[in-house]
Ligand binder design. Sequence first.
Ligand SMILES: O=c1ccn([C@@H]2O[C@H](COP(=O)(O)OP(=O)(O)O[C@H]3O[C@H](CO)[C@@H](O)[C@H](O)[C@H]3O)[C@@H](O)[C@H]2O)c(=O)[nH]1
Length: 311
Amino acid sequence: MAERYILVTGGAGFIGSHTVVELLEEGESVVIIDNLSNAAADDKGLPPALKRVQDLVNEKHRKRLHFRKGNYGDRKILDSIFTEFPIYAVVHFGAFKAVGESKQVPMKYYKNNVKEALSLLKAMNAHGVKNLIFSSSCTVYAEVPPEKLPLTEDSPLGECNCAYASSKYFIENILRDVTVSDGQWKVMSLRYFNPVGAHHSGMIGEDPKGIPTNLMPYIAQVAVGRREELNVFGSDYPTPDGTPVRDYVHVVDIAKGHVAALKALPAMQQSFRAYNLGSGVGTSVLEMVQAFERASGVVIKTVMKDRRPGD
Ligand SMILES: O=c1ccn([C@@H]2O[C@H](COP(=O)(O)OP(=O)(O)O[C@H]3O[C@H](CO)[C@@H](O)[C@H](O)[C@H]3O)[C@@H](O)[C@H]2O)c(=O)[nH]1
């Protein structure tokens, strides 16, 4: 294969870092652009996740990994990356992801997710790079009655309940329009359900800044004694044990999904396709806690609370 690079926005993040490892191991060359908004940098300005990715992959792979610090919508940085590297495709993870917060400050999400994505698309177009894998979310789906579950790619979209979800929905629509206007574009939108877990090496995983809002990192922090107990938000749902059910999917499976999507791009019939990335299996909060206890041998103290608004 002639040398080609994959530009990964948000490549120092949870799903991004796992995907970069899979891409490197598949023989791809990677440029990461990341503003490190959710990761501390060391004294050389490198995010810890990236250093661990470097440690994880062998010398040969390491040479094919490059990092540029900045916002993924920053046209100057993008122009310099597109000029310096023969970019074949962009895998776009970069986004703000504090779901609760997106109800309070929607404009922040439209600016940081939608506006920056537009800037990225314009830069791609200007440099003739028209292959894109987009990080979407199961939250783009409208709520459906239980008999219409599981959600498929044809399930109704929209009526999002927070600005984060709306931003994903808006960007999907923009992408669809772009592919309609120019058939050279090949875009895959991957709608993730609940990504959890960590790389089997134990070197990269999920370690968000501040108090985690997601279930798995919260359980993990209780396990290591960083938090006292897990609040279980709601035990009166119409589920077998009353706690909410989600489709949890391993982050390395999600990462491999991106590699598969990239491989499938050239032969795509349509210019735009969306795919769900889930396991198809529902698991309740208490089942997750029990599974974690079985696997780790650590008891997770739980406290039953009221339903979390918006769940
Ligand atoms: O301390 C906690 C945290 C979560 N939960 C419950 O655990 C389940 C999963 O919650 P969470 O991990 O926050 O996931 P979701 O609310 O399903 O959010 C998903 O959907 C969001 C929008 O796509 C993504 O940004 C998230 O990363 C993704 O996990 C929900 O029922 C929560 O009520 C608790 O009981 N206690």
